[in-house]
Design a binder for this molecule. Structure first.
Ligand SMILES: Nc1ncnc2c1ncn2[C@@H]1O[C@H](COP(=O)(O)OP(=O)(O)OP(=O)(O)O)[C@@H](O)[C@H]1O
Ligand SMILES: [Mg+2]
Length: 271
């Protein structure tokens, strides 16, 4: 592809980016841990079939915001969320919302791979089973195989799906956790520093996977690596001291950010 067409494609993609619908809308999201306020009126929308990266120095509120998107903060004792977050227009903090169903629609992958101490098969089958997604064993077999396929792990484990998930390498375990998240057909996948415990080769595999998953899912990823944010995301949001500093196209964010704090952070001047 020559330079001109490449630029034209980029431009078309940029224009397209600005017309992508919002899967989730966050309005004035504030989070408190007891007396301590961790987020200040964050307005951040999550675009469909887009990878949105959350960046910023340690303690700025990235994980807190991420957890507010599927109400994982509910599991923290003194944590309180105010403001409004919607998923396809529905308020996820509405008292009538079934939180178990919400977390099936908005799945999560954690920093440290955390497979259950069960077989690879059972790790993936767990969610579909509690949500009643498979009628017969044959249906479950299909779900398990497809999820492992999508997570890019099937070829490595197909001969040992009944062996323990904890016997896999760290990178394989993380892809198993991604397969587990995918198995219940989520619409959004939240990832909190999914590669921080992985070596560069395993990281590259997970990044490649994130790239492919974007076609079918909406992804929000917290990362400490600017390079990773630049490689995997189309939108980037920068947090600082509990405030959203800037949200922009990833390319713009890393070449010509609007806010001097973003500039300072990506240049390594703080954090
Ligand atoms: N369970 C908790 N109880 C009390 N305070 C908390 C809790 N979790 C987070 N905080 C506080 O909320 C603020 C934001 O924390 P959060 O974990 O969201 O930051 P982060 O950007 O994810 O940081 P890191 O990059 O280190 O993971 C911090 O001041 C932190 O100390
Ligand atoms: Mg965090």
């Amino acid at each position: 592809m020559n330079m001109l067409t490449e630029a034209a494609v980029e431009k078309a993609l940029d224009q397209k980016m600005n017309t992508i619908p919002y899967k989730m809308i966050g309005q004035d999201v504030s989070v408190y841990y007891g007396e301590k306020r961790a987020l200040f009126d964050v307005k951040l929308n999550i675009r469909e079939n887009t990878v949105t990266a959350l960046i910023g120095p340690s303690g700025c509120g990235k994980s807190t915001f991420l957890r507010s998107l599927n109400r994982m903060n509910d599991t923290i004792d003194n944590c309180r969320v105010t403001g409004k977050i919607t998923l396809d227009g529905d308020d996820i903090y509405d008292p009538d919302i079934d939180v178990v169903e919400l977390r099936a629609r908005v799945g999560m992958v954690f920093q440290k791979p955390n497979p259950f101490p069960k077989s690879i098969y059972e790790n993936v089958a767990y969610g579909p089973r509690i949500h009643g997604l498979a009628k017969a064993k044959a249906d479950m077999d299909v779900i398990v195989e497809q999820s492992l396929q999508r997570a890019g792990l099937w070829n490595e484990v197909k001969d040992r799906v009944h062996e323990g998930g904890t016997g896999l390498s760290g990178g394989q375990q993380q892809r198993l956790c991604i397969a587990r998240a995918i198995a219940v057909s989520p619409e959004v996948i939240l990832m909190d520093e999914p590669c921080s415990a992985l070596d560069p080769i395993a990281t590259a595999k997970v990044e490649e996977l994130i790239h492919e998953l974007r076609e079918a899912y909406t992804i929000v990823i917290v990362t400490h690596s600017m390079q990773q944010a630049a490689r995997v995301s189309q939108r980037t949001a920068m947090f600082h001291l509990g405030n959203l500093v800037e949200e922009n196209d990833t390319d713009k964010m890393f070449t010509n950010p609007d806010d001097p704090r973003t500039q300072d952070y990506i240049m390594g001047r703080f954090g």
